[in-house]
Design a protein around this ligand. Structure first.
Ligand SMILES: [Zn+2]
Ligand SMILES: [Zn+2]
Length: 222
């Protein structure tokens, strides 16, 4: 999500730098994973890690969205204008994000994601060839990529005419679909918080996880 408020040039430069560095590490990470996988078993383990990471990305998107919708407000220091306002503005004017550029959609997330990816790049022992290292590599890579791409997928779900490759991804269910995300906007904004793929919503909503968490945290669920 990106704010409707104009971003200062310095912030745009930060977003651009963070996105470029993130993409650089993602490519390097992917190359090291590819070199480290030698057998079909290795590739299966990496695939399992990629799948789990994509689920984790969806869960992170849902958790961040839930917190942005349900806690604090736009005037909360630091968090308010940068994190809370975009979520609240999106409920009032869901189509506004369709006009946002890609950098605006991914930049803020990349600022937070690139240090994690960089740390994993240097700390993970890919070359050991251990299944655990390969699984973690796949998991971290798809978690980070999924999280950073979330607002692009979210934007596609609000577009009347998404790009053709986006429509293919939506048809395969690999990214958030318009129909699924409509459950959030046509309801009371109290369900279907996950906006990477929406895969985790079925479980989270069926178990009433968000309401339970709000009770635990001392807030009355709607
Ligand atoms: Zn939306
Ligand atoms: Zn929302």
């Amino acid at each position: 999500m990106a704010s409707l408020v104009a971003r200062p040039v310095t912030h745009r430069l930060l977003e651009f730098g963070a996105t470029a560095v993130f993409l650089g590490y993602a490519v390097g990470f992917q190359r090291r994973v590819a070199f480290a996988s030698e057998t079909s078993e290795d590739r299966l383990v990496i695939l399992a890690g990629l799948l789990c990471g994509y689920l984790v990305a969806d869960l992170i998107s849902g958790t961040a969205h839930w917190m942005g919708d349900r806690f604090w407000n736009e005037s909360t220091p630091i968090l308010g204008p940068n994190f809370i306002a975009p979520f609240r503005e999106h409920h009032v004017d869901p189509q506004a994000m369709v006009a946002h550029g890609t950098l605006e959609l991914v930049g803020n997330t990349a600022v937070f994601a690139f240090p994690g990816l960089a740390a994993a790049y240097y700390l993970l022992d890919f070359e050991s060839g251990s299944g655990w290292a390969l699984f973690n590599a796949g998991l971290l890579l798809s978690t980070m990529l999924g999280v950073v791409a979330t607002n692009i997928f979210h934007r596609w779900a609000h577009m009347d005419q998404p790009p053709s490759f986006a429509r293919i991804l939506q048809r395969t269910g690999l990214v958030l679909t318009k129909q699924h995300h409509a459950r959030h906007h046509t309801g009371n904004f109290d369900r279907a918080y996950c906006i990477t793929t929406g895969w985790m919503d079925r479980l989270l909503d069926a178990l009433g996880i968000w309401d339970r968490m709000e009770r635990v945290l001392g807030r009355d669920p709607r």
